[in-house]
Design a protein around this ligand. Structure first.
Ligand SMILES: *[C@@H]1O[C@H](CO)[C@@H](O)[C@H](O)[C@H]1NC(C)=O
Length: 256
């Protein structure tokens, strides 16, 4: 077979183009350039008062490696999502960076993240480098979404302190693994299976007035970035005498 130079070039260009398309398709894993600051005023670690409404969980989650997000907060849908964040100054910064969980909403000087002080320092190669990073205050970073992982934990239902049995039920979901978002939650009566879609009042907080009476089962809709959606039904019901402040094990977890 004899190929002209022209057709060889054409084949080569086509292969190159196919490769570029393939790269673009896997680019949910690519790093994106941005900037990050850290909480100046408060604790080294997480915060109980983050806008996501995680409460005490927000202070201790992921060992205190947490962050406020600006656009990535996505009206609360981004609460609980995990990101690998690494600063780009090769003098101070490690390749690995730090993995954080979104627990709050906020932005600083053109930043996507306001990290806990501890998480910010963890992007450094050494303790000395961490001190240098902290003195800069805001740094260039790159980030990508990664799976959250909570070994030995099931998704856990925390009844919000503002709930008022039996008229008003509000709760957050703790320990959501993986890289998908919880985009809808339903409460279903366990007797006749009538279900009710809940409202996301703010952050990660799901609420309903006049919740079903009796034991109720939960349904959570997990949505990925390629349109795939999956309803997950916990093994355990919310008991019929639920109380503000209670914590219930759902008995299920999704894969990281
Ligand atoms: C998670 O749920 C399973 C039931 O699906 C249960 O056996 C296990 O003890 C739960 N794990 C924790 C840490 O509560």
């Amino acid at each position: 077979m004899v190929l002209s130079l022209h057709s060889l070039l054409f084949i080569f260009a086509s292969l190159l183009f196919t490769q570029i398309l393939a790269d673009a398709a896997t680019c949910s894993d690519c790093f994106i350039n941005s900037r990050a600051a850290y909480y100046q005023n408060s604790d080294e670690q997480g915060t109980e008062t983050g806008r996501c409404g995680f409460g005490s969980f927000g202070a201790t989650i992921n060992g205190g490696d947490v962050s406020a997000a600006s656009d990535l907060y996505r009206d609360g849908v981004g609460c609980g999502a995990c990101y690998q964040v690494r600063c780009t100054n090769s003098k101070y910064c490690s390749d690995k960076g730090v993995t954080i969980v979104i627990t709050d909403h906020g932005s600083s000087d053109r930043t996507d993240f306001i990290l806990s002080k501890q998480a910010f320092g963890r992007m450094a190669q050494t303790t000395d480098a961490a001190a240098s990073l902290l003195s800069l205050g805001v740094v260039d970073i790159e980030y990508r979404r990664v799976s959250c992982s909570y070994p030995g934990k099931n998704i856990t239902i925390k009844i919000d302190e503002n709930s008022n049995y039996p008229h008003y039920l509000a709760f957050v979901l703790w320990y959501q693994q993986g890289k998908t978002d919880i985009t809808a939650v339903q409460l279903c009566e366990t007797q006749n299976f009538v279900c009710k879609l809940l409202d996301r009042s703010h952050g990660a907080v799901w609420t309903t007035t006049s919740p079903p009476s009796g034991p109720v089962s939960l349904r959570m809709l997990f949505s990925g970035n390629d349109e795939d959606q999956k309803w997950v039904v916990p093994l355990n019901n919310i008991p019929q005498d639920w109380k503000a402040g209670d914590v219930y094990d759902s008995g299920v977890q999704v894969n990281p």
